[in-house]
Design a protein around this ligand. Structure first.
Ligand SMILES: C[S@@+](CC[C@H](N)C(=O)[O-])C[C@H]1O[C@@H](n2cnc3c(N)ncnc32)[C@H](O)[C@@H]1O
Ligand SMILES: *[C@@H]1O[C@H](CO)[C@@H](O)[C@H](O)[C@H]1NC(C)=O
Ligand SMILES: *[C@@H]1O[C@H](CO)[C@@H](O)[C@H](O)[C@H]1NC(C)=O
Length: 242
């Protein structure tokens, strides 16, 4: 099983290798014709995901939304490991929470952490329209509190998939909590690990890039996980718990 996951990841790495962090595939308007080709010939976006993406593009912070090809990759990882319990740390308008819920069976559950009620209000009608509102448990409070509550409730070691995509300052703490919550063979996906390329020689004043760079280097040596760093989106790390 583990070997299968690794082989798939390497194939995907080859396929998405052109999807440089400078240009996200959102299904349209790619400058690079090869990226547009990839989008044209591989994206299979659920109609409600398309509607939610278009609604989110009206928001001034829409660049925070996960890229379509990246979401599709994560949905496939969820299918590959038969994930039924996932956590999203930083839901925004819900594109990837919905994406993960759609990839899971009826028994699937996504715990989605978000502090901004405006975004939750945008997300919920789309969850309902897609018929998966019962699969998505939105926790409207700081993510760390939710993670601590899950651990206190005895849910450590029971989650299949965690997507870390909230405040970069807490990334290392989110990673440690996720490792506690995930089962052996479960996947932690970490977004924005390339930070638009700024993790390469971060400026002395750029604490965000320094923090991400430090985390990337820590994971490289971390014997608790198997590791892949993909250039999809803004850089996506895949850590599989040993
Ligand atoms: C990059 S966006 C997430 C994008 C989302 N995963 C998607 O699929 O489009 C980050 C989100 O994390 C939320 N956030 C930031 N800090 C947070 C915290 N401490 N606890 C919970 N949510 C937080 C922000 O409000 C924002 O909506
Ligand atoms: C992608 O699809 C659009 C719309 O069908 C088409 O105009 C464009 O030529 C395609 N581009 C590539 C590179 O396949
Ligand atoms: C996932 O579930 C399918 C069907 O129930 C099963 O055949 C497959 O072996 C499972 N895969 C893993 C990785 O558990």
């Amino acid at each position: 099983m583990k070997v299968l996951v690794l082989i798939l990841l390497h194939l995907l790495q080859l396929c998405v290798g052109k999807s440089a962090f400078t240009e996200k595939i959102h299904g349209m308007g790619n400058v690079d014709p090869v990226l547009q080709y990839v989008a044209n010939n591989s994206l299979r976006e659920h109609p409600v995901l398309t509607k939610l993406r278009l609604r989110t593009l009206e928001d001034q912070w829409s660049t925070m939304m996960v890229a379509s090809d990246q979401a599709q990759l994560m949905a496939n990882l969820i299918r590959l490991i038969n994930a039924t319990k996932a956590i999203e740390i930083g839901m925004y308008t819900g594109y990837n929470a919905l994406n993960m819920a759609l990839a899971m069976p009826e028994s699937g559950r996504v715990i989605a952490c978000e502090i901004e009620s405006t975004y939750i209000d945008i997300a919920k009608p789309f969850f309902k329209e897609a018929g998966v509102e019962n699969k998505i448990d939105v926790r409207h409070q700081i993510a760390m509190k939710t993670l601590d509550e899950l651990i206190a409730a005895g849910e450590a070691g029971t989650f299949d998939f965690v997507f870390i995509d909230a405040d970069k300052f807490n990334y290392d703490r989110y990673y440690e909590k996720s490792l506690e919550l995930i089962r052996k063979g479960g996947i932690i996906a970490i977004d924005n690990v390339l930070w638009n390329g700024k993790v390469v020689n971060p400026a002395p004043s750029d604490l965000t890039s320094q923090g991400l760079d430090a985390l990337n280097k820590k994971l490289h040596k971390d014997q608790r996980i198997e590791l892949s760093m993909l250039t999809v989106g803004d850089g996506l790390t895949i850590a599989i718990k040993r």
